[in-house]
Write a protein that binds this ligand. Sequence first.
Ligand SMILES: [Zn+2]
Length: 138
Amino acid sequence: MRRWGLSIPSDCVLCSGNAEFREHLFFGCGVSFAVWGNFMFRASLTPPLLFMDCLTWVLSPSRDPNISLIIKLVFQASIYFLWKERNRRLHDHASRSSTAIIKEIKVILTAKLDPLSRRSEFDAPDNSLLSTWFRYFN
Ligand SMILES: [Zn+2]
Protein backbone atom coordinates (compact mmCIF):
# COMPACT_ATOMS: atom_id res chain seq x y z
CA MET A 1 0.00 0.00 0.00
CA ARG A 2 2.99 2.27 0.57
CA ARG A 3 4.02 1.55 -3.03
CA TRP A 4 0.61 2.82 -4.09
CA GLY A 5 1.37 6.10 -2.34
CA LEU A 6 -0.76 5.62 0.75
CA SER A 7 0.62 7.29 3.83
CA ILE A 8 0.80 4.47 6.35
CA PRO A 9 3.48 3.64 8.89
CA SER A 10 6.21 1.28 7.76
CA ASP A 11 6.47 -0.37 11.16
CA CYS A 12 4.20 -3.17 12.28
CA VAL A 13 1.37 -1.64 14.30
CA LEU A 14 0.84 -4.90 16.18
CA CYS A 15 4.28 -4.92 17.82
CA SER A 16 5.98 -1.69 16.69
CA GLY A 17 9.19 -3.68 16.57
CA ASN A 18 9.61 -4.60 12.92
CA ALA A 19 8.85 -3.43 9.41
CA GLU A 20 5.36 -4.41 8.35
CA PHE A 21 5.32 -6.94 5.54
CA ARG A 22 3.16 -9.99 4.96
CA GLU A 23 5.50 -12.61 6.46
CA HIS A 24 6.00 -10.58 9.59
CA LEU A 25 2.41 -9.41 10.02
CA PHE A 26 0.82 -12.85 9.82
CA PHE A 27 3.57 -15.17 11.06
CA GLY A 28 6.64 -13.42 12.44
CA CYS A 29 4.99 -10.87 14.69
CA GLY A 30 4.74 -11.78 18.35
CA VAL A 31 1.03 -10.88 18.42
CA SER A 32 0.31 -13.01 15.35
CA PHE A 33 2.40 -15.87 16.66
CA ALA A 34 0.49 -15.74 19.95
CA VAL A 35 -2.83 -16.05 18.08
CA TRP A 36 -2.02 -18.53 15.29
CA GLY A 37 0.55 -20.36 17.41
CA ASN A 38 -1.94 -20.80 20.24
CA PHE A 39 -4.16 -23.01 18.11
CA MET A 40 -1.25 -24.85 16.48
CA PHE A 41 0.38 -25.51 19.87
CA ARG A 42 -2.86 -26.90 21.29
CA ALA A 43 -3.13 -29.32 18.36
CA SER A 44 0.61 -30.17 18.54
CA LEU A 45 1.10 -28.96 14.98
CA THR A 46 4.10 -27.16 13.52
CA PRO A 47 3.06 -25.36 10.32
CA PRO A 48 5.64 -23.71 8.05
CA LEU A 49 6.69 -20.22 9.07
CA LEU A 50 6.53 -18.63 5.62
CA PHE A 51 3.20 -17.41 4.26
CA MET A 52 3.37 -19.16 0.86
CA ASP A 53 4.55 -22.43 2.42
CA CYS A 54 1.74 -22.19 4.93
CA LEU A 55 -0.81 -21.68 2.13
CA THR A 56 0.30 -24.99 0.63
CA TRP A 57 0.42 -26.72 4.02
CA VAL A 58 -3.08 -25.60 4.98
CA LEU A 59 -4.53 -27.39 1.95
CA SER A 60 -3.82 -30.73 3.62
CA PRO A 61 -2.49 -30.22 7.13
CA SER A 62 -3.66 -33.49 8.66
CA ARG A 63 -4.88 -36.95 7.72
CA ASP A 64 -7.84 -36.37 10.04
CA PRO A 65 -10.53 -34.62 7.95
CA ASN A 66 -12.00 -32.91 11.01
CA ILE A 67 -8.63 -31.46 12.03
CA SER A 68 -7.93 -30.40 8.43
CA LEU A 69 -11.21 -28.50 8.15
CA ILE A 70 -10.76 -26.87 11.55
CA ILE A 71 -7.21 -25.76 10.67
CA LYS A 72 -8.48 -24.17 7.46
CA LEU A 73 -11.11 -22.27 9.45
CA VAL A 74 -8.61 -21.29 12.16
CA PHE A 75 -6.16 -20.11 9.49
CA GLN A 76 -8.81 -17.97 7.79
CA ALA A 77 -10.07 -16.60 11.09
CA SER A 78 -6.55 -15.81 12.30
CA ILE A 79 -5.66 -13.93 9.11
CA TYR A 80 -8.97 -12.06 9.18
CA PHE A 81 -8.83 -11.06 12.85
CA LEU A 82 -5.12 -10.13 12.72
CA TRP A 83 -5.79 -7.89 9.72
CA LYS A 84 -8.83 -6.45 11.51
CA GLU A 85 -6.71 -5.82 14.62
CA ARG A 86 -4.00 -4.20 12.51
CA ASN A 87 -6.61 -1.85 11.00
CA ARG A 88 -8.19 -1.16 14.39
CA ARG A 89 -4.82 -0.03 15.74
CA LEU A 90 -3.98 1.94 12.61
CA HIS A 91 -7.29 3.73 12.07
CA ASP A 92 -9.08 3.72 15.45
CA HIS A 93 -6.04 3.95 17.73
CA ALA A 94 -7.54 1.17 19.83
CA SER A 95 -6.08 -2.23 20.52
CA ARG A 96 -6.97 -5.62 21.90
CA SER A 97 -4.71 -8.24 23.41
CA SER A 98 -3.86 -11.49 21.65
CA THR A 99 -5.90 -13.22 24.37
CA ALA A 100 -8.99 -11.20 23.34
CA ILE A 101 -8.42 -12.05 19.68
CA ILE A 102 -8.05 -15.75 20.51
CA LYS A 103 -11.25 -15.62 22.56
CA GLU A 104 -13.15 -14.04 19.65
CA ILE A 105 -11.83 -16.67 17.22
CA LYS A 106 -12.94 -19.41 19.63
CA VAL A 107 -16.45 -17.97 19.81
CA ILE A 108 -16.69 -17.64 16.02
CA LEU A 109 -15.30 -21.12 15.36
CA THR A 110 -17.55 -22.75 17.95
CA ALA A 111 -20.57 -21.01 16.39
CA LYS A 112 -19.49 -22.17 12.91
CA LEU A 113 -18.69 -25.76 13.88
CA ASP A 114 -21.84 -26.39 15.90
CA PRO A 115 -24.27 -26.43 12.93
CA LEU A 116 -21.71 -28.26 10.77
CA SER A 117 -21.51 -30.96 13.44
CA ARG A 118 -25.29 -31.27 13.58
CA ARG A 119 -25.44 -31.77 9.80
CA SER A 120 -23.05 -34.74 9.90
CA GLU A 121 -25.60 -37.00 11.49
CA PHE A 122 -23.68 -40.13 10.52
CA ASP A 123 -20.62 -39.21 12.56
CA ALA A 124 -20.39 -40.58 16.04
CA PRO A 125 -20.88 -37.81 18.62
CA ASP A 126 -17.33 -38.22 19.88
CA ASN A 127 -16.01 -37.78 16.32
CA SER A 128 -17.94 -34.68 15.34
CA LEU A 129 -16.28 -31.45 14.23
CA LEU A 130 -17.30 -29.82 17.48
CA SER A 131 -15.89 -32.60 19.64
CA THR A 132 -12.63 -32.46 17.64
CA TRP A 133 -12.57 -28.70 18.13
CA PHE A 134 -12.94 -28.96 21.89
CA ARG A 135 -10.56 -31.93 22.13
CA TYR A 136 -7.64 -30.36 20.23
CA PHE A 137 -8.08 -26.63 19.77
CA ASN A 138 -10.23 -25.05 22.43
ZN1 LIG B 1 4.77 -7.06 14.52
